[in-house]
Ligand binder design. Structure first.
Ligand code: NAI
Ligand code: MG
Length: 346
């Protein structure tokens, strides 16, 4: 199976290197091709998402992505900026489902923004719709009758869009503990009323999944009050953007959290949720565990290798239990030493 490696900028190459070391220990079924993306691609080839990079991403069975973002490129026109590469990949590959697990390893409870007794129970996945909602609706600027400037963004979902993300939510719940919480604002939004109706209709096809509904404002509050109640959350693009950032902070360091962006087949782009961290790039201080855990998700969701994924996740937990700590976790280990610690367990 072909893996497209798109390391990108800053700490991206440093953390992707460690993930590949780990992948090579658990499976020999993968081949790799590397291509530049982001600021690195702009500097080498004049575009953040060169045609050859996009072509590799399309040909590959899965994509392992580091991060993009380069301060040298901050003054470029928007379409040439490194961050356009990730948006372009999501759009070109129709990656509509964003899965963000937020799990707090018990050893890291003191790194969470929450009280330790609340934080230890965090182990959830937020399934966020990525190609629709208010971000993609008609938008513009106009003048009201009273002569005031008015900005507007139309929020909409059609039932097909809701159905395909809800299916990912139900299936993710089936693969875990069979609990799905659909988050909306159905008390005031028409979009959300449709969302809720469609999710309820679909639940007939998933009798083994226990479905609940929650308003988004309550969900934000419950994530802080009692995050342990959640297993899988499915929600729209806007609500999911906010809730997944919130959940990530509950779970400790940004250097720990992986993500997957999936299409309607099995293709996916896997990346840590963090960016290129220019402040620590080149110093060996980056925590590679988010990327190593992203690689595990890739094995599970795109490559049909769930046992190998389990092995990686267990090895990360064991390395942490054994004291592996990069600076973001309050330790002194380098990026490579964190990789070594996981390899030593494997
Ligand atoms: P960032 O996530 O790169 O860094 C935020 C803070 O977290 C920094 O202090 C950084 O040192 C630390 N950090 C991040 N990852 C870490 C890791 N693995 N280990 C230890 N510490 C880590 O976010 P920031 O600074 O807002 O953005 C930097 C660049 O990254 C920008 O150009 C931004 O646009 C881009 N970015 C790219 C993303 C992507 O490629 N998907 C996502 C988020 C930001
Ligand atoms: Mg966000």
């Amino acid at each position: 199976m072909l893996i497209a490696l798109l390391p990108g900028d800053g700490i991206g190459p440093e953390v992707v290197e460690q993930a590949v070391r780990v992948l090579n220990v658990v499976t020999d079924k993968l081949t790799y091709e590397t291509a530049p993306v982001g600021g690195a691609a702009y500097k080498a080839q004049g575009h953040p998402l060169p045609a050859a990079t996009l072509d590799l991403a399309k040909r590959a069975d899965a994509i392992l992505f580091g991060a993009v973002g380069d301060p040298d490129c901050d003054k470029l026109e928007r379409h040439l900026r490194p961050e356009q590469a990730i948006l372009g990949l999501r759009k070109e590959l129709a990656l509509f489902a964003n899965l963000r697990p937020a799990k707090l390893f018990p050893e890291l409870a003191d790194a969470s923004a929450l009280r330790p007794e609340v934080a230890t129970q965090i182990d959830m996945v937020i399934v966020r719709e990525l190609n629709g909602d208010v971000y993609f609706g008609e938008k513009g600027m106009r003048t009201t009758a009273a002569g005031l400037r008015e900005g507007y963004d139309i929020m909409s979902y059609d039932e097909g869009e809701v159905r395909r993300i809800a299916r990912v939510g139900f299936e993710t719940a089936q693969a875990r503990n069979g609990k799905l919480c659909s988050v909306d604002k159905a008390n005031v939004l028409e979009t959300s009323q449709l969302w809720r109706d469609v999710v309820i209709e679909m639940s007939a096809d998933f009798p083994d999944v226990e479905l609940s509904h929650m308003y988004v404002d309550n969900c934000a509050m419950q994530l802080v009050r009692n995050p342990g109640q959640f297993d899988v959350i499915v929600t729209g693009n806007l609500f999911g953007d906010i809730l997944s950032d919130q959940a990530s902070m509950c779970a400790g360091s940004i250097g720990m959290l992986p993500s997957a962006s999936l299409d309607d087949k099995q293709k996916g782009l896997y990346e840590p949720i963090h960016g290129s961290a220019p402040d620590i790039a080149g110093h060996g201080k980056a925590n590679p565990l988010a990327t190593i855990l992203s690689a595990a998700m890739m094995l599970r969701y795109s490559l049909g290798l769930p046992d190998e994924a389990d092995r990686i996740e267990a090895a990360v937990a064991k390395a942490l239990a054994g004291g592996a700590r990069s600076p973001d976790l309050g330790g002194t280990m380098t990026t490579a030493q964190m990789g070594d610690a996981v390899l030593a367990v494997l």
